[in-house]
Ligand binder design. Structure first.
Ligand code: CA
Ligand code: CA
Ligand code: CA
Length: 242
């Protein structure tokens, strides 16, 4: 109930902007398409909450009592329980990630389904992953989004089903891997609709910068020395054995 009330305003904004892409060209997750398509307006920002694992600064606690007068406390305890396990059901998730600053990453997410357009509840769970594509408590930070209504618009690019787009900013460093999985379901109090669950989409972080040439110039003679030492050691062993 609380979730429904406080997310109505956010959902209203989503409804307005989410209607726009329906008539546009093929969705693109490239930066050029993003700019050409109107930038942020095509990807309404949603608020994510900390749900589990190591806490990070800059994200509200989604497990706090939702009595605080915060428009964002939309998370419920079961937000990720039904999203993270079990098979995919008719949502294809695509996304791209951009490092906005050393500590801020933006994800732009598109969810495509063969199911019809309409207003639905969206749950999205994002975690900082160790590379295996599975959220592991308590070592991996988990963020959640839980919103309704979100407006899924008809997909005029292939005339099959509907899609939803949004973006979310999270305190994730460039070298950290993130994984993301979403679900769509009926609005609270509405008749039950087909429950949909996306694939798990993992976006690896960029490896740390390679060693500079200047550093290599220092390291190479050292490497040669180590190798040379090894050869000397082997020769010595052989001559001892002989
Ligand atoms: Ca692991
Ligand atoms: Ca993991
Ligand atoms: Ca489609």
């Amino acid at each position: 109930m609380i979730r429904r009330t406080i997310t109505a305003a956010i959902g209203g904004m989503l409804a307005l902007v989410a209607l726009a892409p329906a008539a546009m060209a093929a969705p693109s997750l490239q930066q050029s398409g993003y700019d050409a398509g109107g930038g942020d307006a095509e990807w309404p920002e949603v608020q994510a909450f900390w749900l589990g694992g190591p806490k990070v600064d800059g994200v509200p606690d989604g497990t706090a009592e939702p009595s605080v007068a915060s428009a964002a406390l939309a998370i419920t305890a079961d937000t990720c329980d039904v999203v993270l396990p079990d098979p995919t059901i008719d949502i294809e998730k695509t996304a791209d990630r951009t490092q906005l600053s050393p500590g801020q990453m933006r994800l732009r997410v598109q969810l495509d389904t063969a199911q019809p357009a309409g207003d639905f509840r969206l749950r999205d769970c994002i975690w900082i992953d160790d590379g295996d594509g599975v959220w592991e408590e308590p070592t991996e930070t988990l963020f959640g989004v839980d919103l309704e209504p979100t407006v899924w618009v008809p997909d005029t690019t292939d005339n099959v089903g509907s899609f939803l787009r949004f973006r979310v900013n999270l305190p994730v460093a460039a070298n950290q891997d993130v994984c993301d999985r979403a679900a769509r379901s009926e609005l609270e109090g509405e008749p039950v609709t087909t429950f949909l669950r996306s694939n798990t989409l993992c976006l690896p972080g960029a490896p740390d910068p390679v060693v500079s040439e200047a550093a290599l110039a220092v390291l190479l003679p050292l490497t040669a020395a180590v190798l040379g030492g090894g050869v000397w050691f082997l020769r010595r062993r052989r001559s001892v054995a002989a």
